[in-house]
Design a protein around this ligand. Structure first.
Ligand SMILES: Cc1cc2nc3c(=O)[nH]c(=O)nc-3n(C[C@H](O)[C@H](O)[C@H](O)COP(=O)(O)O)c2cc1C
Length: 166
């Protein structure tokens, strides 16, 4: 699979099989995450893997969607605000860094035959409380991961002429 094919195969999966994710695959995916670039190489991130029953239940309470509960595992991608690079005009770059790492995660998972979905529309305070995170740790993205029970959909994307100029 070349890179374009990989990007077209990744999609937001909202239905997962019961089957567990193999530890070796998870290790491989997290190594791809570790290689992600970040501003001033600060790597201002922390990834919390959620697999056991009680933690899965707690996480499901942060994002109340039936489909979300079907995933066998989740990764909570957090920004460590104390470690992020802040530009001289005040713009903090931790969220950009974590976004890059999360897309590494999603593409690596796709390559391994797994499916994922970015989830940002969750209750971050509930998540902080449930997982004992301090105020400078921002849970930014929840990523359910597992074997898909649905399949890749048509990509609705803006035309090239609209997004590329010059
Ligand atoms: C930053 C970000 C936040 C997202 N948050 C959610 C979310 O909270 N819930 C959800 O179901 N999908 C979420 N998505 C998935 C998008 O809806 C999806 O990527 C988009 O519709 C394109 O579809 P595709 O991923 O299948 O190509 C999010 C995606 C991104 C990049």
């Amino acid at each position: 699979m070349n890179f374009l094919e990989l990007t077209k195969s990744r999609y937001s999966c909202r239905s997962y099989q019961q089957k567990d994710v193999e530890q070796e695959k998870l290790d491989y995916i997290m190594e791809c995450v570790r290689m992600a670039p970040s501003a001033v190489n600060r790597q201002p991130w922390l990834f919390r893997i959620v697999r056991d029953e009680e933690e899965r239940r707690l996480l499901a309470e942060c994002y109340n969607r039936e489909w979300f509960t079907t995933a066998p595992a989740y990764i909570i991608a957090c920004v460590l605000h104390r470690e992020e690079w802040v530009r001289s005009d005040g713009k903090a770059h931790g969220n950009i860094d974590v976004a890059i790492a999360v897309e590494h995660l999603c593409l690596a998972a796709t390559e391994q035959g797994l499916a994922t979905c970015w989830v940002c529309n969750f209750d971050t305070q509930k998540c902080r409380d449930a997982f004992g995170m301090s105020e400078d740790v921002e849970p930014a993205v929840l990523i359910p991961i597992g074997y898909a029970a649905d399949s890749v959909k048509e990509k609705a994307r803006k035309p090239m002429e609209e997004i590329v100029k010059g």
